[in-house]
Design a protein. Structure first.
Length: 87
């Protein structure tokens, strides 16, 4: 894996990190709404607290995306290695 050693990682600019952040924010909001919503609203959804379960699912999805971004980072080549030859 000699090609992976040169360059630097995309870090916070990796699209997977941005997607994970958005899913985490919406997931936490949904989980909070699911915890504080009245029982009458849960009964309308056939007794399933769908906001809570969807929020938990979104947070788990965000954790998977962050793990994927950490385990398989995108390597951005350095400026000198991009082949910046005059044409």
């Amino acid at each position: 894996m000699a090609g992976r050693s040169s360059g630097h990682t995309a870090g916070a600019f990796d699209i997977r990190t941005v997607i994970a952040l958005l899913f985490a924010i919406y997931g936490v909001v949904l989980a909070i709404v699911g915890v504080v919503q009245p029982q009458a609203e849960i009964d309308k959804a056939a007794g399933v607290n769908i906001n809570l379960w969807a929020g938990i699912g979104m947070v788990v999805f965000a954790v998977v995306f962050v793990a994927w971004a950490r385990l398989r980072p995108i390597v951005v080549p350095d400026e000198a290695e991009r082949g910046a030859s005059p044409e």
